[in-house]
Design a binder for this molecule. Structure first.
Ligand code: WTA
Length: 701
């Protein structure tokens, strides 16, 4: 075939099958200074973690931890695909994050807490202080009768008391389930019920965008919700944001609610031995959204998870004990668990914990903090980078900080934003790792090893050491690299950081992540169980992966996963609403935002009041992050003849695209009516292709 024809065909194939968000960009090299000091400098590291070395290569990760009893088996596959890592060992995550550093780093800060109000001083918590506070809290939890295997739900803001509580749980083997502080009381309550927690740990208030929020109010809603669903909560432990002063308006419930800081006085100075727990015991649950309306509790185990986040914090984030590291994520999400708490602490890091909003009171705030505290490793999400760029493109230049390395996580980052991050925030000195991974995977899946690989804006890079991605098409055939075609990205092999199961739902675990590409449901061979991540991706000829986004009707809002079904159920709590459909819309800052279409019940006039209550319902049932950008009341939903709502048609309208051929629908006329309502009389469609996640939206049903 003539080259020109072939090229044209390839172009046609790629334009038809992938949404090209941006063109392939040039490479950037890490500086010699960075390379010289990096923790991982072995150019053969990926080969050393090749599939022919699997699973023994991961012994090196386990060796980074301190064990009470050594493990016997690296990987046990007998209950495939419920992998067990480092079986036979005894270990404690809290011991590894705190106790083992005391001799050498006892006087070094583990955390530097930065309150949101700029008038309040930073609070440095040395490893020694962290140890005594964690021990006292563990004694308190033990005093309440809690023991290994029990679950407790945390609904806490970004304050040191959060990691202190998590570590106290880990010390005893209590399984913590931290619900993002910005989630509503209702959302917290359903997670309490699912996890079977009898104790809720929260805080009275916290600062957010200049306001001291009454957070205790959410606890009352959460407990009531859990009770309605069948789960009693006996104790609500309330930390005070300002010890000795109650910062909430909501009254304490006698007999049920207790101020933690007061109760702690009974345990002053107490020490609790870290419990020697089995490697594969559960460490925590982290709820995340998927295709159905019910969030799933990703269960992570102790040894495998801890080994994985420890090693990746060391090699990818390049944390040395001498560094000052700052991850701006919230501990309420997996990024905070893995890369603020467990990974960095296991490496004896000094880590900044910031309470508030990055742009409060202005877009210079992060750079002032970085300058004052000497932060040299910085970690955040594309949404924050876009926001800081929009509000203060020149701000980083005003401050004298120096980053050696920077990370981005949570969403695809477009090259233009990447370049501002590199040029302005990193001052052309810092390396960038674009780390792609999921709640379910515990730690990084796709990333460059920063001293070894060139950076390519818009691509996360190859698989992390020991992670072997593969892209499958719908039929299960491998999509070759360089083909320009997209498919479902999967991981061929298990790795220590992978979740153990979905809490209480083994079948859903198998179904969601393995069923589609599993070769034999009875197989005990890991090769038959590729892990399906739920993202669309393309692999370039150089081996780098570009992640295109979720393919399971999850909307990634500002890096946070929201399930379509959850938002739609929230809308349906408004009695006038008969039907609701949610679609993702491209947003300059947040990546994607939800837009809602509702049909009201017969006889109900469309009104602003209904719209307002739909918005409020989303804030109450899920949280402010689920606030829809627009709510449209439509005469009818576009439907197939079998009555299925065509969310893809609505997504095209919301994103100003042509709706395509709708003649086969049951009610094609309504499409034009809705289009006019949203886009105005004249079509305002753009010809640019829709990004993959939006183009495919609605297919998972
Ligand atoms: C998306 C966050 C592109 C992806 C750690 C994934 C990314 C979902 C990246 C998981 C990245 C995460 N580039 N997309 N670097 N990182 N994602 O569970 O769609 O909150 O499936 O975990 O975020 O979100 P989760």
């Amino acid at each position: 075939m003539a080259k020109a024809t072939k090229d044209r065909e390839l172009t046609e194939v790629s334009e038809a099958q992938i949404a090209v968000h941006w063109k392939e960009e040039e490479y950037y090299q890490p500086s010699e200074t960075f390379k010289a000091q990096a923790n991982m400098r072995d150019p053969h590291i990926l080969e050393k973690f090749g599939l022919d070395q699997f699973p023994d290569c991961f012994r090196e990760y386990a060796d980074m931890l301190t064990w009470f009893e050594p493990y016997r088996t690296v990987l046990d596959t007998s209950d495939a695909p419920f992998w067990k890592w480092f079986v036979g060992g005894k270990i404690n995550a809290c011991y590894n994050c705190v106790d083992r550093h005391l001799d050498k780093y006892g006087n070094k800060p583990a955390f530097i807490f930065v309150p949101e109000p700029e008038t309040e001083p930073d609070v440095a918590i040395k490893y020694r202080d962290l140890s005594s506070r964690v021990n006292e809290m563990a004694a308190l939890l033990r005093g309440l009768g809690l023991k290994a295997g029990d679950r407790v739900t945390l609904h806490m803001p970004m304050v040191p008391e959060l990691p202190i509580t998590m570590l106290a749980c880990a010390r005893l083997g209590i399984v913590h389930s931290q619900v993002f502080g910005g989630f509503s009381g209702l959302a917290c309550g359903s997670r309490i019920q699912d996890s079977g927690s009898r104790v809720l740990i929260t805080m009275d208030g916290y600062w957010r965008n200049g306001a001291l929020i009454d957070h205790k109010a959410n606890a009352d809603i959460a407990v009531r919700t859990a009770k309605d669903l069948g789960q009693e909560v006996d104790k609500v432990l309330v930390w005070q944001r300002y010890p000795g002063k109650y910062s909430a308006q909501t009254p304490m419930v006698p007999g049920r609610d207790v101020f933690v800081n007061e109760l702690l006085k009974d345990y002053a100075g107490q020490q609790v031995q870290p419990v020697a727990l089995p490697s594969e015991g559960p460490l925590f649950l982290m709820y995340s959204s998927g295709t159905t309306g019910k969030p799933k509790g990703a269960q992570h185990g102790i040894a495998g998870y801890l080994a994985y986040v420890t090693a990746t914090s060391k090699w990818i984030l390049d944390i040395h004990p001498e560094d000052t590291y700052w991850c701006m994520a919230d501990i309420g999400w997996i990024t905070g668990h893995s890369y603020i708490v467990y990974g960095p602490l296991a490496n004896a890091a000094t880590s900044v914990l910031y309470e508030g909003v990055p742009t409060f009171p202005d877009a210079g705030r992060p750079w002032r903090i970085a300058e004052r505290l000497g932060v040299n490793i910085f970690h955040t999400a594309p949404t924050a980078i876009r926001m800081l760029r929009k509000l203060g493109p020149q701000e980083p230049r005003k401050y004298q900080y120096r980053f050696k390395s920077m990370t981005t996580v949570g969403e695809p980052i477009e090259p233009e934003t990447w370049r501002w991050y590199y040029n302005e925030v990193g001052k052309r000195e810092a390396v960038i790792t674009d780390t792609w991974w999921l709640t379910e995977t515990g730690g990084f899946l796709g990333t460059t090893v920063p001293a070894i690989h060139a950076m390519k804006p818009g691509s996360c890079g190859p698989g992390a050491p020991g992670i072997h991605p593969i892209i499958y098409d719908e039929t299960g055939a491998e999509v070759p690299k360089g083909s320009g075609r997209a498919g479902n990205i999967c991981i061929r092999n298990p790795w220590p950081g992978i979740m153990q199961t979905i809490w209480g739902d083994r079948d859903r675990y198998v179904k969601t992540y393995f069923a589609k590409y599993n070769r034999n449901p009875r197989s005990k061979d890991w090769r038959d169980w590729p892990f399906m991540c739920g993202d669309g991706a393309v692999q370039a000829a150089d081996g780098y992966y570009r992640i295109l986004g979720r393919i399971d009707d999850v909307i990634n809002v500002a890096g946070h996963r929201l399930g379509t079904k959850e938002i739609e159920s929230a809308c349906l709590t408004v009695p006038e609403v008969a039907e609701a459909a949610v679609v993702p819309v491209q947003d300059e800052v947040k990546g994607r935002v939800p837009e809602v279409y509702i049909a009201v019940k017969p006889g109900v006039p469309p009104s602003q009041d209904v719209i307002d209550r739909v918005i409020k319902a989303n804030e109450e049932v899920i949280g402010k992050i689920a606030r829809p950008k627009h709510v449209y009341i439509v005469p009818d939903m576009p439907k197939t003849r079998s009555g299925k709502i065509m969310r893809r048609v609505l997504a095209a309208i919301s994103n100003r695209r042509d709706v395509g051929d709708v003649t086969t629908l049951a009610n094609p006329d309504v499409v034009e009516q809705i289009r006019k309502m949203v886009q105005g009389q004249d079509a305002v469609t753009t010809r640019e292709e829709l990004p993959e996640d939006i183009a495919k939206f609605g297919q998972a049903e």
